[in-house]
Design a protein around this ligand. Structure first.
Ligand SMILES: *Cc1c(COP(=O)(O)O)cnc(C)c1O
Length: 364
């Protein structure tokens, strides 16, 4: 008997698991497992969503002209070089679908975002990981891992789950060391959160001037729209012409476009989110370091914390859960001795710090 068979490679994919959201026996949880914005969607965003419900019978305008124009205007970009996706995950997927196949290699760093490998394998290509140094992408190791089959290189800046980033100089050195026919994708999912870090780049300037650089962004983090699925990318016009051929004509829904535009324009809300994150990222990093835990120098809306060993990380996770707090295990990223904790509201972070102080015996 023969049964339908998927394309080679697909059954080798380890399915992506999102952050947990429930603790058995607990009604109220503090969910810090998916890097979702601490404050949810802004009231203006919710209102736009409610209004969009009235036109939900209409197909969206697949070119999303209003949202692309707003993004283009704020950052000084050409609208025809912006492509939207149902989350930046979809854009990552489209890039792999359009640019790689069997025999091709997709390169990223050791603890890089899991979707790069998943999308590469879904397209039949081979994911290749370059070792990191001190939980940070290493330009020399990435360049050393390039072969004649390399087609795409993904760098999350900052990276999830480590929070570390390549400086503008390092990213430029990576680009300069890659063949021109290799595309560099800078995934700047957390760029909205980065402040006071002059060496940081979201890759936008590099993408503006190059024929082979793409920058991706998301509405899933600071804008609080993870559930709506909305992301965007800035790319050379030739790449946009490719993605607009593989992109579903209505890939970004009416509510996603409406909510995205309202969220993007609500700068008072995002300013508040950024200031809160700035304060609590530092406070959380400092507090956990004071407990003797290793926390890499990171930016974004999360901290990675390394425990003495795997058993300690598991025990810490259990202890947090006993206090109603859900962090993210990151064994799937090759970091079984670490937890990733999203920056939540002030009282939530106070609860995290108190629970980990207790776990580390700092209060006895
Ligand atoms: C959260 C995240 C994304 C965003 O994914 P969406 O599909 O836009 O929700 C992309 N890249 C990285 C590194 C992330 O952490």
């Amino acid at each position: 008997m023969t049964t339908p068979r998927p394309q080679p490679g697909i059954m080798n994919i380890a399915p992506y698991k999102g952050g947990e959201s429930k603790i058995a026996g607990t009604d109220t949880v503090i969910k810090l497992s998916s890097n979702e914005g601490a404050f949810g969607p802004s009231p203006a965003t919710v209102k736009a969503l409610e209004e969009a419900a009235l036109t939900i019978h209409r197909y969206p305008d697949g070119h999303a002209p209003d949202l692309r124009a707003a993004i283009a205007e704020r950052y000084g970009l050409e609208p025809q070089r912006i492509v939207l996706g149902a989350g930046s995950d979809e854009i990552i997927n489209m890039l792999c679908q359009a640019y790689v196949g069997p025999g091709d290699e997709v390169l990223y760093s050791e603890h890089g975002f899991l979707m790069y490998g998943i999308s590469a394998m879904a397209a039949g290509a081979t994911p290749v990981k370059a070792p990191e140094t001190d939980l940070k992408a290493d330009v020399d190791n990435l360049l050393a891992a390039v072969t004649e089959n390399t087609r795409l290189v993904f760098v999350a800046n900052p990276n999830n789950p480590t929070g570390t980033f390549l400086t503008a100089d390092e990213l430029q050195r990576l680009r300069d060391g890659l063949r021109d026919d290799i595309m560099l994708i800078v995934d700047a999912a957390y760029a909205e959160y980065v402040t006071g870090t002059p060496t940081y780049t979201d890759g936008m300037d590099m993408a503006r001037d190059a024929d082979n650089v793409v920058m991706t962004r998301t509405f899933s983090k600071m804008y609080g729209l993870g559930g709506a699925r909305l992301g965007w990318a800035y790319m050379p016009e030739a790449v946009a012409a490719v993605l607009n051929r593989v992109r579903g004509p209505f890939n970004v829904s009416v509510p996603a476009q409406a909510a995205g535009l309202a969220a993007f324009n609500d700068t008072a809300f995002t300013d508040m989110c950024r200031a809160h994150n700035d304060e609590w990222l530092k406070r959380t990093q400092d507090a956990l370091r004071q407990l003797g835990l290793f926390v890499p120098e990171g930016v974004g809306n999360f901290v990675l914390v390394r425990f003495p060993d795997v058993a300690a990380a598991e025990a810490a996770d259990d202890h947090l859960k006993s206090r109603g707090i859900i962090a993210r295990r990151v064994a799937g990223y090759g970091l079984p001795d670490c937890l990733r904790i999203t920056i939540g509201k002030a009282d939530e972070m106070e609860a995290v710090i108190a629970a980990l102080r207790e776990f580390m015996g700092a209060d006895t």
